[in-house]
Write a protein that binds this ligand. Structure first.
Ligand code: CTP
Length: 397
């Protein structure tokens, strides 16, 4: 995700400074080139050698160090940076950055950065909640910084409250959001459905399918990383919703219909990757059904077809994309669905093809539009999501 990107990581003096090493390691796993800048006090908590060993670059602590690779290191680094993140940031550093004070290598370099800037504060609750600190963070937000809110819990000083450095995975996703992909979907509102639905039979049983939700979640994350404003309507899955998306959990096909149709008017693109039940039990038993001799039949009635409804009530300029999972005559059936449901594109896959079934991390898709069809090779669901979104973006007016 961060291949070819130069990330500056500023480390301040906090007991959480050791987590900056973990963040460095996660950034390196995403193939970023990481340069670490520390305040002098931070070196009391963690050695620059740790960062130098991890990154392969000199860790900068002293502005007047004559071993600099570049002539005026802080300016060269600031020019090269694709993103700067200060984590952990002390109240003192937040105050300096908010007011343009530059009296060490970290604050001097950041002042010269024009790239996206992120700050992850870590401090005692009283210091964090002090209106002075809050004002400084608000000032940074006003200057376009992302403030990665600290979490709550037991702090190093023994107090309990807000001030713990945000989890490293969360900070990484903030970095990826700002640095990884071009923001070519900024200003685009996209609603995506994902996962299976559950149709209740009685209080303990339901009808469902094998959908894992992976394709829909990949679409939501990649759309978010490309700057779109994403709503993810999802049936029950084992997946963690992507950060920075509006997450709407649903259970049944009826819930999905309500959730989607109440939000669809304001969407530029709707992508329906959910595997929605076509039938539900006509009656849901209010008590658990007990077994009896002989066979059992359950009468089923049709659920609402949300995508058909959206196609029939399509708003001018809106792009609708469906999915078709087939086991035979894939292209013909998918093409028929495209026309019947008044779609702009349908992503067809054959469950029987290796790498395209339920639950796997890959897919083999054919993207069918009114004009053409494009066969994608076997690829990760995130790559497939990227392709789908690029194709749909090209269809927007
Ligand atoms: N879909 C929907 N609401 C339903 C059923 C399906 O919105 N009640 C959407 C799915 O999210 C998917 C597409 O419609 O994008 C699938 O098309 P569909 O014709 O319903 O296919 P299947 O449900 O697989 O059923 P069949 O092949 O039997 O027509």
């Amino acid at each position: 995700m961060l291949k070819g990107k130069t990330i500056l990581l500023g480390v301040c003096s906090s007991i959480a400074a050791y987590k900056a090493a973990e963040l460095t390691s996660l950034l390196l796993k995403q193939h970023a080139s990481v340069h670490v800048l520390m305040t002098k006090n931070a070196t009391e908590f963690i050695s620059p050698v740790t960062f130098e060993t991890l990154t392969g670059h000199k860790c900068l602590v002293d502005t007047f160090d004559r071993h600099f690779v570049f002539e005026v290191e802080h300016i060269e680094l600031a020019k090269a940076a694709d993103l700067a993140i200060v984590a952990p940031a002390t109240a003192n550093m937040a105050a300096k950055l908010a007011h343009g004070l530059a009296d060490d290598i970290l604050s001097t370099t950041i002042l010269a950065c024009t790239c996206p800037k992120l700050i992850a504060p870590a401090m005692n609750t009283r210091m964090y909640e002090n209106p002075v600190t809050q004002d400084n963070l608000e000032t940074l937000r006003r200057y376009g910084w992302d403030v990665i809110e600290p979490g709550s819990g037991r702090l190093a000083c023994g107090d309990t409250g807000k001030g713990k450095l945000a989890p490293v995975e969360e900070m990484l996703e903030y970095v990826i959001r700002r640095a990884a992909l071009p923001q070519d979907l900024a200003g685009t509102r996209i609603l995506i459905t994902a996962g299976p639905t559950r149709e209740a039979i009685d209080p303990v049983r339901f009808i469902t399918n094998h959908s894992s939700g992976k394709m829909g979640y990949a679409l939501a994350r990649i759309a978010m990383l490309r700057g779109a404003q994403v709503t993810l309507v999802s049936g029950p899955t084992n997946l963690k919703p992507p950060m920075f998306v509006d997450f709407v959990p649903i259970t049944s096909a009826h819930d999905l219909f309500e959730a989607v149709t109440s939000r669809s008017d304001e969407q530029d693109i709707v992508i329906k990757a959910a595997a929605v039940a076509d039938y539900r039990p006509c009656e849901v038993a209010s008590e658990k059904m007990h077994k009896k001799e002989g066979d059992l039949s359950i009468a089923l009635s049709r659920t609402e077809d949300t995508l058909q409804y959206l196609g029939d009530h399509k708003k001018p300029g809106q792009i609708l994309c469906g999915f078709a999972m087939e086991t035979e005559q894939m292209e013909e059936r998918a093409q028929a669905k495209l026309v019947r449901k008044n779609l702009d594109m349908i992503c067809a896959n054959n469950v029987k093809v290796e790498g395209a079934g339920f639950g796997v991390d890959t897919n083999v898709l054919t993207l069918i539009t009114r004009e053409d069809r494009r066969q994608l090779e076997l690829m990760s669901k995130e790559q497939a999501a990227f392709e789908i979104l690029s194709q749909l973006k090209g269809m927007l007016r």
